[in-house]
Design a protein around this ligand. Structure first.
Ligand SMILES: Cc1cc2nc3c(=O)[nH]c(=O)nc-3n(C[C@H](O)[C@H](O)[C@H](O)COP(=O)(O)OP(=O)(O)OC[C@H]3O[C@@H](n4cnc5c(N)ncnc54)[C@H](O)[C@@H]3O)c2cc1C
Length: 401
């Protein structure tokens, strides 16, 4: 994988991508939420956008929870989605903190809506359509033409795509960042999130009080090292009807680097890096999560963890960059900044990146460089602010700092 700076040779191209109607063209690397937000928003600025996703198949997370933030709703709206007549998620009204002995430490009003990764993904994917969404396209190299400033993406299958702008929306392990920002690497924060989804109708009796009163529930370990939270999210097929939803729980636990590597090695012995999906966690770690639940959690959360068929896990990592623009190559979403999940802002930050990028490109229709210059400062400010907010919340919750 090398970053190269060579004039573009049209004979190399296997995918002709220069727009016939002279609209400017963006190459978006990564077809998850950040890429779909960018692709949909660029169209509103009159740009053509092609999304290249390394996965051969539709992405899937069965519906892991995401707190719905206004910027995501705004991207929906600007993409032509009738948000007024759509179930965007499950509302919660109260936030309840449980003690280990099962009593309530605190309950206060905190209205919010919880949606799911799948709901946002399928909504954005439907809005974008299939014609310009290319699966099985793993970026391995980028070329820039110093004269025309055009950028060429080169994929592992030998095909290429050329455009006026390349958007790295390829997440926390971003290839675009590795090529153009080789010194900016995510660092492990010292804890992971065990996660689980339980069908609402399979929630055991001992855990049912967590469903009551439209709650967002949590439990803080007294001596640090453990922070649990849970809430309802849409179920299979984005179903928000009572009885058809999922209970989504997230349990942060401190884990050293060596143990993390072991957890992230799946049932087939494959090293998964920093997240392990449902059904891939080794049995010994499923047993470990259940026995840890006995030691650390109140009875309701304990029962919920034990009712989870396939817990999964995600390491918490930090990433910042000093610039999001290098020539006509830019970073958005988790490729640029990974805010800790306590901010509930990773997805909304990706939405904000995309909305304002489209606004800047609209403002400077013939000058992408001026648009990128105008776009970046506010994006960096948001990324840094979320970094500070997230690290201070996480370090307090997990390490009592
Ligand atoms: C399958 C999946 C499920 C998720 N589920 C949840 C969830 O339940 N809750 C939650 O809070 N967050 C979830 N996330 C993370 C969440 O999407 C992000 O934190 C946030 O929305 C920012 O997204 P992103 O698009 O910047 O990065 P990501 O969501 O990480 O997406 C990056 C995309 O780029 C692709 N990619 C990486 N390298 C290359 C390459 N070289 N060439 C082409 N494509 C490449 C990846 O396959 C991926 O689809 C999930 C992410 C994925 C991919």
């Amino acid at each position: 994988m090398t970053r190269t700076m060579q004039p573009f040779n049209p004979m190399e191209a296997t995918m002709s991508t220069i727009s016939p109607n002279n609209a400017k063209k963006a190459i978006v690397i990564g077809g998850s939420l950040g890429g779909l937000f960018a692709g949909n928003m660029l169209r509103t600025a009159g740009w053509e956008a092609d999304i290249y996703e390394r996965s051969e198949h539709d992405l899937d997370s069965r519906g892991g929870g995401i707190v719905l933030q206004p910027d995501v709703v705004e991207v929906f709206r600007r993409s032509g989605i009738d948000t007024a007549h759509m179930d965007l998620g499950v509302a919660s009204r109260l936030r309840t903190t449980w003690r280990k002995d099962g009593s309530i430490q605190n309950r206060s009003p905190a209205a919010q809506t919880q949606t799911s990764w799948s709901l946002i993904y399928t909504t954005m994917k439907d809005a974008f359509g299939d014609d310009h969404y290319h699966r099985g396209k793993k970026l391995i190299e980028i070329k820039e033409d110093p004269d025309t400033k055009e950028v060429t993406a080169i994929f592992a299958d030998g095909s290429t795509s050329r455009g006026d702008l390349l958007i790295g929306a390829d997440g926390n392990g971003s290839t675009v960042r590795q090529l153009f920002w080789p010194d900016n690497k995510p660092t492990y924060a010292g804890y992971l999130a065990w996660r689980g989804l339980v069908s609402e109708n399979a929630v055991p009796e001992d855990a049912k009080e967590l469903l009551g009163n439209f709650d967002f529930a949590n439990h803080h370990g007294k001596t640090g090292g453990s922070h649990m939270l849970g809430y309802l999210v849409p179920g299979e097929g984005n179903d928000t009807r009572k009885g058809h939803r999922f209970y989504n729980w997230v349990w942060y636990r401190t884990v050293d680097g060596e143990t993390l590597t072991d957890i992230m090695t799946d049932k087939e012995g494959r090293a998964r890096g920093f997240s392990i999906p449902e059904g891939k966690l080794r049995d010994q770690w499923v047993t470990h999560v259940n026995s840890d639940a006995d030691d650390y959690l109140p009875a309701n959360f304990r029962a919920m963890v034990k009712a989870t068929q396939h817990p999964f896990a995600q390491a918490i990592r930090d990433l910042t960059v000093d610039t999001m623009v290098k020539g006509r190559v830019i970073l958005v979403g988790d490729a640029a900044f990974i805010p800790r999940p306590h901010t509930a802002a990773s997805t909304s930050k990706a939405a904000f990146n995309a909305i304002l990028l489209a606004e800047a490109l609209k403002k400077y229709p013939d000058d992408p460089d001026a648009a990128l210059k105008a776009w970046m400062p506010q994006q960096l400010m948001l990324g840094r602010q979320l970094y500070h907010q997230g690290t201070s919340a996480g370090n307090h919750l997990l390490f009592q700092l």
